[in-house]
Structures are given as C-alpha cells and as structure tokens.
Design a protein around this ligand. Sequence first.
Ligand code: EPZ
Length: 416
Amino acid sequence: MGKIIVQGGARLSGEIAVSGAKNAVLPVIVAALLSEGDCVIQDMPQLADVSTICDVICELGADVEKINGKSVKINANNINNFEAPYDYVRKMRASVLVMGPLLARLGKARISMPGGCAIGTRPIDLHLKGFEAMGARINMEHGYIAAEADRLKGARIYLDYPSVGATENIMMAGALAAGTTVIENAAEEPELVDLANFINSMGGSIRGAGTKVIKIEGVTSLGGTTHNVIPDRIEAGTYMIAAAITGGELFLENVIEDHLKPLIAKLKEAGMQIEEKGTGLYVRGEKNMKAVDVKTLPYPGFPTDMQAQFMSLMTVTQGTSVLTETVFENRFMHAEELRRMGAHIKIEGRSAVIEGVQRLTGAPVKAPDLRAGAALILAGLAAEGETEIANTFHIDRGYDKIVEKLRGVGAKIQRS
Ligand code: EPZ
C-alpha cells in the first residue's frame, strides 16, 4: 500500500488549479442514467471514486467513453440491469444514488445495503421514505434492498434531515415520475444545484434547487446534453488551510467564492488574508494564527467535510478552540492521529477541544478516511521533521493529484 511522506517546515507559495467537484460529478454521472441521449461531462476531477462510479453505471448497461482525462461521454439508452453489485456499494456509498434513476427508467432497483463507514452509520432511510412516497415497494432481503414501482408518481416529501444524498436521489426519481414532486427541508449544497442544472439541461424541470423547497415536474423522457462540473469547494478549502498552516500564500484558480463563505469567514477570524481575484482566490496565512470555534452544519453552514482539515490548523494556533461536529456521529478519527504528532485534543461527545501547541512533530500516521487523510497531510506540512501517512487510498478517492499540486507550490512531499 502506498504511503505519502511529508517533510514539514516549507512555507507554500504559488498557484494551484482547483479541480471539478467530487461531490458534484458523482451524482451527475449517475443522473446520466436518466437520459436516452449522449451526455458529455467535462471538467471532471481524476479520482478513484469517479472511476468507480463509471464502473457502476457500465455494470448497469450504460456506455461510458473517455474523451480525455477530464471528460466522458455517457449513453444510457440501453440500460438493462437494475442491480448494483455489493462490491461497488461497499467501496463507495455514493453508489446508492443509482436507485432513483433505476426506479425511474426500469421500475426496479436492487442494491446491497451500504455498509457504515469510518465516519458513521450513514443509513439511507430518508432515500427509501422518498421512494415509498412515490409509490415504490421496498423489500430488505439477504443484505440487499429491492425496490419496485410500475411508474413513480410525484409526491410531497418532507425530509426529517436535509440529507444531501436523499435530496439528490429523490430529485432524480422525480425527474421522470408522473406529476409533481416537492421536497421540503431539502439539502441546499452547491453540488446538488449543479445536479439540478444538469438534469434541467437534459430537458428536466427542477425549480428551487439550493433552497429548502425543491419542485420537480416529471417529464416522459430526457435527452442528451453537455455539462461542465463546478469547482470543488472542499479541495479549495483544503489548500486554503495549507497556506494558513504553513504561513504561506497561494492563488487558487477556479474557485466560486460564494460556495466557501463560512470557511472564509472563519479563516479571516483566525487571521488569514483572503481576497477574490477574477476566477480565483488569493489566500495568505500569518504566523501565529488565532484559535476560533466552529460548529459544522448543513450548507450554508460550515461544511463537515472541512472539519478535519480545520482541526489540523487549530492544533498549531494560539489559544483553545472548540470544534463541534453536528452532521456525523463519529468524525473525529483524525484526532488520535494528530495526538501522535503532539497535538493537544480532548474529545467530549460531539465536540473536540483543541489547545494550540507551538509545534507538531512528524510521525508515522494512518489515514482513517478521506478528509482525515487530507488533514494529516496538512499537519505534516507544519510539523517538525518527517510524517509518513499510510492508507493513502482514502486520500486518492477525493483529491486529484494532491501530491503534485502541493509539490508545485514548494511542499516537500512525495509518495513512497
Ligand atoms: C454527502 O454525503 C457527501 N458525499 C459527503 O461528503 C458529505 O459529508 C455529506 O453529504 C454532508 O454534506 C457525497 O456527496 C458523495 P447526508 P451523504 O445524506 O449524502 C444522515 C466527503 O468527504 N442520514 O447529507 O451521504 C447521515 O447518517 C463526503 O466528500 C440519515 O440519517 O450525506 C448523516 O449523519 C463524506 N438518513 C447525515 O444525515 C438518510 O437516509 C448527513 O448525511 C441519509 C442521511
């Protein structure tokens, strides 16, 4: 298994191009299953998860043709298989998103129950509640979830929690259902808005994506389109913290500042200089950043996907900060690894209390999940000496060329 080795101490300086958003491109690729035409998807990040989701839709009968490293052409006119194999769903929870399009196109879907993962149990009860409201019959058997519907009917669905995945799955099912579907207490993430724009460009009729109430008028069929994936706000946020934690300065190309408001506010509070320049962001860290408190919330609140990276920064700032994780019940796995590097962190239920230290020291650590792995790279950039990070497959699921991008701005980082 590959490792990433980081020699700490380098002050980063230069420009990084941000890639397309992982959490937008995954549902967009799945939504191509709704179309009977050619869908060209561009500005895609090169990630393990993108390859996996392409394998999943191929298994279902879609044609996927790589145009170049960042574009694919998908044609799902002849999809014929309604079962997503266990191996894929086990590898990547986002595979459950195929249920909506399969029910909409084939009237059937059979996927293995997604296992929990490092950050929590992550059930899909809200996805299934939506499908049942639309007339699907759901059965759990032998570790599989089987769903059937003659033709999905539009329904009014209230989500107990603004789940991103449930909102996306129901939106895709509603796109071809008979009548109108209204999702209330919907998630508002930018990636979901990108998905709605993609479906509308295929001939769909979705209004209100990005607000709490989304209205979907079902149509009888959807055609082809060309779509450019939005920039990855979490990748951008990760590099903002790389500048902060090394006291460096970076220009991040391809950033939508509006998608990063809570993180920008918090990093400015901690002492960072951040300003929008054209289609990018200029960010500059200061020595001795200040400790600030953060509570993760569904969008437009502070993103849970930035909590681990922010914790790394807080371990080397002056003062004590409290990070509260309200979205997932077990998303502090990185704390244990950061402690090995000399961080002072105490976990109290859903909160982590971090007392800043002068310096971290490099150590052998293990990435427990995707964002925790990124957080360990960030800590390694600031630590004294060498940090060796194992289980880097987690990191490669969600970061496009992270080693090359950091090395390009002066980080002493390599794979072993
Ligand atoms: C998406 O996951 C993202 N993944 C996650 O990013 C992100 O952390 C999460 O949204 C929250 O923003 C993708 O978009 C591929 P949820 P998702 O459904 O859809 C509970 C990353 O690092 N819940 O909004 O799975 C659930 O247990 C990943 O890029 C139910 O209870 O997130 C969790 O506590 C990690 N029942 C909370 O809601 C359900 O039916 C948020 O989950 C569904 C969810």
